[in-house]
Design a protein around this ligand. Structure first.
Ligand SMILES: NC(=O)c1ccc[n+]([C@@H]2O[C@H](COP(=O)([O-])OP(=O)(O)OC[C@H]3O[C@@H](n4cnc5c(N)ncnc54)[C@H](OP(=O)(O)O)[C@@H]3O)[C@@H](O)[C@H]2O)c1
Length: 311
């Protein structure tokens, strides 16, 4: 049996009591393991996903471990549901210390949501962008925003024209593009928080290749079964390993001051070149606000600066 994620991340002795965390996509998989670990470290945790039965089970298990927890259901294809999640978060706590933007998936279905936007881009990027934007004023001093990206961003280039209407995609190509957006978003958020004089940090993280989560469930039957089987192949990461990657960035004292980085293998790592493109990050930030009908978040901090781009 695998060691718990907090041990794998070397944060088992961190006392997180008195802190609050929202972990999106914590009804199962990496998010669930992260939420459970945060509860064991003493943090109060808001559990999120779509499946109420699974969500209540996770929240109940955290409460049994001695921390406070509640579940909020919100489908990230639905803008109003994301807004309700932000309202529920603000009612649940007067300040958030940890925001894990983790919900997401690899969707085979080509579907448009909201104002004709590709579902993968909406769920994996626009919904967490909206959630984060609406929670910015609710982040405490030194809060950490951790966005679950993926090595699948390598090979993608930012192409926002392909996220709407007929040109939009599904499957692996849409997924890789959305994960590139995650890396760019996390870096741009870090830069804007810093420019605004905020002490909150923002980083993105690759959790590993984890066949044992339910991530692969949307692949066609035989492929989904194959990936689950791969869970027992040496070298594939476990769900606990994946959660440890998130905890390293979100909880470890070693990363408390780090912002704007992409992590893999519990190390800051250089993302692919298109994920280090400062102009692309700014373009993504502005277009995302436009697509959501929002005023640009942290707009005053958006002016170009001479600081280095995403590393
Ligand atoms: N597994 C891997 O190998 C791997 C590799 C790299 C990156 N990642 C990333 O890791 C993150 C977590 O994935 P996982 O492997 O833990 O997958 P998972 O077991 O399928 O869990 C995904 C979580 O996201 C939630 N979610 C999915 N679609 C949603 C929607 N439309 N609205 C709201 N919540 C939604 C799910 O909630 P419900 O089930 O309740 O709907 C679930 O809690 C994702 O961002 C994924 O891209 C995974």
């Amino acid at each position: 049996m695998s060691a718990p994620p907090e041990t794998l991340a070397g944060v088992g002795d961190v006392d997180a009591s008195g802190t609050t965390a929202l972990v999106t996509g914590s009804t199962r998989g990496i998010g669930r393991a992260t939420a459970r670990a945060l509860g064991r470290l003493g943090a109060d945790v808001l559990v999120h996903g779509r499946d109420p039965e699974a969500g209540e089970e996770v929240a109940g298990a955290i409460r049994e471990d001695g921390a406070d927890a509640a579940f909020v259901a919100a489908d990230f294809t639905d803008r109003d549901a994301v807004c309700r999640l932000t309202e529920a978060t603000c009612s649940w706590t007067d300040g958030l210390d940890l925001l894990f933007n983790n919900a997401g998936g690899l969707f085979q279905e080509k579907r448009l949501v909201g104002p004709g936007i590709e579902m993968t881009f909406y769920v994996n990027h626009l919904a967490p962008y909206l959630l984060t934007a609406r929670l910015l004023d609710h982040l405490r001093e030194g809060a950490r925003v951790v966005t679950t990206a993926s090595e699948a961003h390598r090979g993608a280039t930012l192409d926002l024209d392909r996220t709407q209407g007929e040109a939009s995609r599904a499957g692996m190509s849409a997924y890789g593009h959305s994960k590139l957006a995650n890396v760019l978003f996390a870096a741009e958020l870090a830069r804007r928080l810093d420019a605004a004089g905020r002490t909150a940090t923002s980083n993105s993280v690759h959790p590993g290749f984890i066949p044992g989560s339910q991530f692969w469930r949307f692949l066609p039957g035989p492929l989904s079964g194959l990936f689950r089987t791969l869970g027992i192949v040496p070298g594939a990461a476990s769900v606990a390993d994946g959660a440890a990657e998130l905890l390293h960035v979100g909880v470890s004292p070693d990363t408390a001051e780090t912002s704007g980085r992409y992590f893999a293998g519990q190390q800051p790592t250089a993302p692919a070149e298109p994920a280090r493109d400062r102009a692309a990050a700014a373009r993504l930030w502005a277009r995302s606000a436009e697509m959501l009908g929002l005023d640009e978040p942290l707009a005053d901090a958006g002016a170009p600066s001479t600081a280095p781009g995403p590393r």
